[in-house]
Write a protein that binds this ligand. Structure first.
Ligand SMILES: NC(=O)c1ccc[n+]([C@@H]2O[C@H](COP(=O)([O-])OP(=O)(O)OC[C@H]3O[C@@H](n4cnc5c(N)ncnc54)[C@H](OP(=O)(O)O)[C@@H]3O)[C@@H](O)[C@H]2O)c1
Length: 249
């Protein structure tokens, strides 16, 4: 990608033996100190993916990497500030509250480069502005994912995914997932690239839901699931029926 990237294992908690022998590309998770990002980090790490934990604060990133390492001792976690984390992987998950999505992407403008894949999990819930978690905010661009595309540097691919996956389910290794990840994006190849990473997690099946503008609909399903969760005191997910076996051929 034509730019020197900092050594992945230069800071914080990493397990050098796994990191250096791993043939699996690392992924970065911006906001991995939070609920969804941390659960995602644990699940992906268990499949052998070296995880770069991004935080606004390098110390918090290091603490989070340490916490994750205690839970998954055989895996590789590196904590870096968001900019260095985004520079350290070709695939970058964005998992921050909607009210901070725009600021986070502004701060990442010099870190993200063409060819990288940004997988956006942001949900514009009204809770972001002290409203109800079962209501959505209107986003001028159409969805949080489209806002991410508008703000990301040219050439950075943006795919939207994971909105219907509960952080609580991801964080609990005993919780069988058995659900779909609704993936939206303007490039089939980039959606497949995202699916290849996400489907490493046992029980997650990625479904191509169409262009990025469909994220307006998939993001709003989170509000629906929160409403259902409240009623049944569970962490539900989505499973579409009637699909063919191979969704990415
Ligand atoms: N929780 C779920 O079950 C779930 C499910 C699907 C989708 N989502 C979506 O995924 C995104 C992340 O959700 P989450 O529940 O993981 O969020 P969260 O725990 O509230 O925050 C995630 C991280 O965002 C970073 N952040 C950046 N600016 C912030 C600010 N001003 N205030 C607070 N945190 C800030 C923080 O990391 P640093 O402080 O380390 O920078 C924080 O740990 C949201 O858009 C959410 O709607 C969540």
């Amino acid at each position: 990608m034509g730019r020197h990237r900092p050594s992945l294992y230069s800071a914080a908690v990493a397990t050098p033996s796994i990191a250096s022998s791993s043939k699996v590309d690392p992924v970065a998770i911006i906001g991995a100190s939070g609920a969804l990002g941390f659960g995602l980090a644990l699940r992906l790490a268990r499949t052998g993916v070296p995880i770069v934990i991004g935080s606004r604060d390098a110390e918090r990133a290091a603490d989070t990497a340490k916490r994750a390492h205690e839970l998954v001792p055989d895996a590789s976690f590196t904590g870096l500030d968001n900019g260095d984390a985004a520079r350290a992987a070709e695939v970058v998950f964005l998992s921050v509250p909607f009210r901070n999505q725009s600021e986070t992407l502004t701060n990442l403008k010099k870190a993200l480069i063409p060819g990288q894949l940004l997988i956006d999990a942001t949900v514009p819930l009204a809770a972001a502005v002290s409203g109800k978690a079962t209501r959505m905010l209107g986003v001028w661009q159409g969805s949080a994912a489209q806002q991410a595309l508008e703000m990301a540097p040219d050439g950075v691919h943006v795919v939207s995914a994971l909105h219907t996956i509960s952080a609580a389910s991801l964080s609990d290794p005993e919780h069988p997932l058995n659900q779909d990840v609704l993936v939206c994006g303007d490039s089939r190849a980039q959606k497949r690239r995202a699916a290849k990473v996400i489907e490493r997690i046992d029980g997650l099946r990625c479904v191509d839901c169409g262009k990025l503008e469909m994220a307006r609909t998939t993001e709003s399903l989170t509000a629906l699931l929160i409403s259902v969760n409240t009623r049944y005191k569970i962490h539900t997910g989505i499973h579409l029926t009637g699909l063919p076996t191979d969704l990415w051929e």
